[in-house]
Design a protein around this ligand. Structure first.
Ligand SMILES: *Cc1c(COP(=O)(O)O)cnc(C)c1O
Length: 450
């Protein structure tokens, strides 16, 4: 119906088919997720929340009766209610949570909703320094949250191992008494000590918040600790990174939920699920994206299957092997390797080029990754020292440890050939030839030739 956009969709599909996605925050969704995301649920307004019918084990029955009739603002919700309840139940099952809010439009919205639920303007929140791996939404000066709240920082103690400076963190926490202790990163290849963090946070009565946007799929697949096992109160995440769903956000909590439409309850840990529901809607969002929630439900269903464990295990294995192969070729890796799905390399120190230049030439051969600052980067944000890459998407495509040495060789070859257009074109051809052997999961299955 719209040739201009149809052509662009086709070209994007071809770009994805003929290259490999190494950006660690990206993935390829299944056909089921894609179809749900493109469904008629997009036509529906569903402000409010579904009733808890069928989820009564999470709440006291008196409340259930009281709030059943009046939790949506518009009619026609018989299917949206059932669908959102499925999404909530699956989300809880994935993380061992008591309550889930599946409505945040994105990871940023999820974080903002938690901040807004728990803090007053000017309150303090203790998170990782941005150049040490924290996310933009953890108080980058350019964000609205940085204007509202007071972000204070902890760091890695030793960037050659990635160990966090827990003693310094504890000192800051005891002195500053932040309302939230925030764990969770965008560019950190190691696993934080959730137990130690929880002990520190509990000493000062902080809300323990884990932003698991990057590693959520690894948690569900059993390849990364689950912060709830260490007493964390809230998990926020995106649904489109390792979790392999549609673009969106998700908030998980422990504890019973009350009625978010009523007057706000006191800000106690016990009331956290209700405070968060209220903060998502009507606090910070309007109508939820019901087509996206349908796609989330499909993705959560997939993540609960045994095959998802196999995927998560392979993601981590692929990352470890790719990191080793890169090191053999002279890449200097931050923290000396990886325990999760992502790798940070200091290309400036390794090869004397900046991360933007590396990103550009590697992109030219059909491999996407991103430039990234390294801790206390001597270079600028737009031409930083590092690149960041990861294995979730290529693992979804079906690549295993067998293909990792080749990926590492291409990365190095692109950097070496950065001034040689002919060589870069040859490499692009090689990448494309391999890529088309690994179809996107949403591609129609090829019919066997008779
Ligand atoms: C990606 C990410 C987010 C934000 O997600 P969006 O959906 O892009 O808003 C938040 N926190 C962390 C740690 C992330 O990596």
């Amino acid at each position: 119906m719209d040739k201009e956009i149809a052509n662009l969709i086709h070209e994007e599909q071809e770009r994805q088919r003929h290259g490999f996605e190494l950006i660690p925050s990206e993935n390829y969704v299944s056909r089921g997720v894609l179809e749900a995301n493109g469904s008629v649920f997009t036509n529906k307004y569903s402000e409010g929340y579904p009733s808890f019918e069928g989820l009564t084990e999470w709440m006291d029955e008196r409340i259930a009766e009281e709030i059943l009739p009046n939790r949506r603002y518009y009619g026609g919700q018989e299917n949206t209610d059932r669908m959102e309840r499925v999404a909530i139940a699956r989300a809880c099952r994935m993380f061992g949570a008591d309550h889930a809010n599946v409505q945040p439009h994105s990871g940023a919205q999820a974080n903002m909703a938690v901040y807004n639920a728990w803090m007053e303007p000017g309150d303090k929140i203790l998170g990782m320094d941005l150049s040490h791996g924290g996310h933009l939404t953890h108080g980058a000066p350019v964000t609205q949250s940085a204007q509202i709240y007071n972000f204070i920082r902890y760091k890695q103690k030793d960037t050659t191992t990635g160990e966090i400076d827990y003693d310094e963190l504890e000192e800051i926490a005891l002195k500053e008494k932040p309302k939230i202790l925030l764990v969770g990163y965008s560019a950190y290849p190691r696993i934080p000590d959730f137990k130690r963090m929880a002990e520190i946070g509990n000493k000062i009565g902080a809300l323990l918040m884990a932003d698991m946007a990057h590693v959520a799929g690894l948690i569900v697949g059993g390849e990364h600790p689950n912060p709830f096992d260490y007493g964390f109160h809230v998990i926020t995440t995106t649904t489109h990174k390792t979790l392999r769903g549609p673009r969106g956000g998700l908030i998980l909590t422990k504890g019973k939920v009350g009625d978010p439409i009523k007057k706000a309850p006191p800000k106690t840990l016990e009331n956290i699920p209700t405070l968060i529901d209220k903060s998502v809607f009507p606090g910070t969002q309007g109508g939820p994206l019901m087509h996206t929630i349908a796609a989330k439900a499909v993705a959560f269903g997939e993540a609960l299957q045994p095959e998802f464990k196999v995927y998560a295990t392979q993601v981590v294995k692929n990352a470890r092997i790719l990191a080793e192969e890169m090191q053999k070729l002279g890449f200097i890796l931050l923290t000396g390797g990886t325990d999760n799905h992502l790798i940070l390399a200091d290309v400036h120190k390794s090869f004397g080029i900046d991360g933007a230049e590396a990103e550009r030439v590697i992109d030219e051969i059909g491999l996407s990754l991103n430039k990234n600052s390294i801790p206390d980067d001597p270079l600028t944000m737009f031409k930083p020292s590092g690149i960041r890459l990861g294995t979730p998407a290529i693992t979804t495509r079906g690549l295993t440890e067998k293909e990792m040495p080749q990926i590492a060789k291409w990365l190095k070859a692109a950097i070496d050939a950065r001034d040689d257009e002919v060589k870069l074109a040859e490499l692009k051809q090689e990448v494309a030839e391999m890529a088309i052997r690994f179809p996107l999961p949403s591609d129609p299955k090829k019919k066997a030739k008779k």
